[in-house]
Design a protein around this ligand. Structure first.
Ligand SMILES: [Zn+2]
Length: 439
């Protein structure tokens, strides 16, 4: 304990010394320049809290935060006014399931080629491009759910964005994800070849705890593991799967994650994988196609979030064949049941599982409305509910005083036509205008 404290003190004094030399001039500049002020006139404001839009709202931004939201009112003198009076203004969108380091993997060959023929630096360059695409589409925050063999490069992408080196959304990252040995590609190569692996192989409860500690040490905000594989229908009509970890291993992963103050996400498609993830105590279930009535009840009882990623299932199904088309239909039924039972459904797309350049992540909103959500419910799923999942309810997800100024706008009315969200015309992130095409 004492040794730990001494080390901590040593580290902070080094920081103060180097900061004192390099930072003095900048600190003085900052002290002299008051925070930049902006006013936004919103023709229609969907603030993420109220069920009805506010007409002719005025949002005041100071620095990177929202300081006030009023119906009507006029901008204070000398403050830059952004006129969005003909547009609908919303909180920045949140995608809780992305892979910035992946460029689509409908087939096994596409996946393997990325890991075998592209270096991690090359993949990180593409990731920076993907982050920019996400921001252009109005996603001001993402949770990136594993690098697919690109080690800890998500931590670097997050850092470059946070430091303002490249544009992109705010990120929470999960680094390498986990399965037991041999349960995730690359597989089926000659045993004489040493090929890369899409996850970190982890075995035994002690191995699980060590892997969690390692990933957190290198910057993981979340721990992600693959609860199952081999999805198949059985005579009972339920989508079943093979569970990857023993209960003891999965519980060790989740327990260690929570002990370190982080949260755990499980890829779980078949009913067996979902049940195992819920027994282990995960915070979020990813995909969840095989949710049964009993499992839906359990999600509700445990307050676990469901991230359906419908867009990716529909996108890969034709190319993959087999059960995939049937799984899309099954998920639609599960979605409608979960919606009735008030499951916490957070918007997530699995972008990267499809080519970032080909599909707009915001199409996920359209699926939710087609599957039975009201447009307002769909919007909340991709803003305020997603913010709760991330533990950032005090920072993002609504447009109100004290939150980060992450604001988007579209020309039409998304409550009448949800596809409007696929045509974002204005993006403000942390008080800085990234895009403004509102005329
Ligand atoms: Zn994924």
């Amino acid at each position: 304990m004492i040794r730990g404290k001494l080390l901590a003190a040593g580290v902070s004094s080094v920081f103060v010394l180097s900061g004192a030399i390099a930072g003095t001039a900048r600190a003085q500049d900052k002290a002299q320049a008051p925070p930049k002020k902006l006013a936004i006139r919103a023709g229609r404001l969907i603030d993420g809290k109220s069920d009805t839009p506010i007409a002719n709202a005025l949002i005041l931004v100071e620095g990177d935060k929202i300081v006030s939201v009023t119906a009507g009112g006029s901008a204070p003198a000398g403050v830059t006014l952004i006129d969005l009076s003909k547009a609908t203004v919303l909180p920045g969108f949140v995608d809780t399931h992305t892979h910035v380091l992946l460029q689509g993997d409908i087939t096994e060959e596409e996946y393997d080629a990325q890991l075998l023929k592209e270096s991690i630096p090359y993949r990180a360059i593409l990731a920076a491009r993907n982050a920019r695409i996400a921001l252009e589409h109005g996603f001001t925050t993402i949770r990136d759910l594993e690098t697919e063999g690109a080690m800890y490069a998500d931590v670097d992408v997050k850092k470059a964005i946070a430091n303002g080196e490249v544009p992109g959304p705010r990120m929470q990252v999960s680094t390498r994800a986990m399965t037991p040995t041999g349960m995730y590609p690359l597989l089926d190569y000659s045993w004489e070849l040493k090929v890369p692996t899409g996850v970190q192989y982890v075995d035994g409860a002690d191995g699980a705890r060590k892997a969690v500690r390692e990933q957190v040490m290198y910057g993981a905000d979340w721990i992600k593991y693959y609860s199952d594989r081999h999805y198949h229908f059985e005579a009972d009509g339920v989508l079943h799967s093979m569970v990857n970890f023993t209960d003891e291993e999965a519980k060790a992963i989740v327990d260690e994650t929570h002990r370190l103050g982080k949260k755990a996400a499980a890829h779980a498609i078949g009913s067996d994988g979902i049940a195992a993830a819920l027994r282990a105590g995960v915070d979020t279930v990813e995909h969840g196609d095989g949710l049964t009535d009993a499992l839906i009840e359990e999600l509700v009882r445990k307050g676990v979030y469901w991230v359906p990623t419908i867009i990716v299932g529909a996108y890969v199904a034709p190319g993959r064949g087999g059960n995939w088309a049937k799984m899309v239909d099954l998920e639609k039924t599960a979605f409608q049941k979960a919606l009735k039972k008030n499951v916490k459904i957070a918007l997530g797309t699995d972008a990267g599982g499809f080519d970032w350049k080909e599909l707009n992540e915001a199409k996920e909103f359209e699926y939710y409305v087609n599957y039975g959500m009201t447009p307002m419910q769909a919007i909340r799923s991709g803003t305020v509910v997603a913010a709760e999942l991330l533990g950032w309810s005090d920072k993002i997800g609504t447009i109100e005083s004290g939150k980060w100024a992450d604001i988007v706008a579209v020309s039409g009315d998304p409550l009448g036509d949800i596809t409007e969200l696929q045509r974002v015309k204005f993006v403000l992130k942390g008080g800085a205008v990234f895009k403004n095409e509102v005329h």
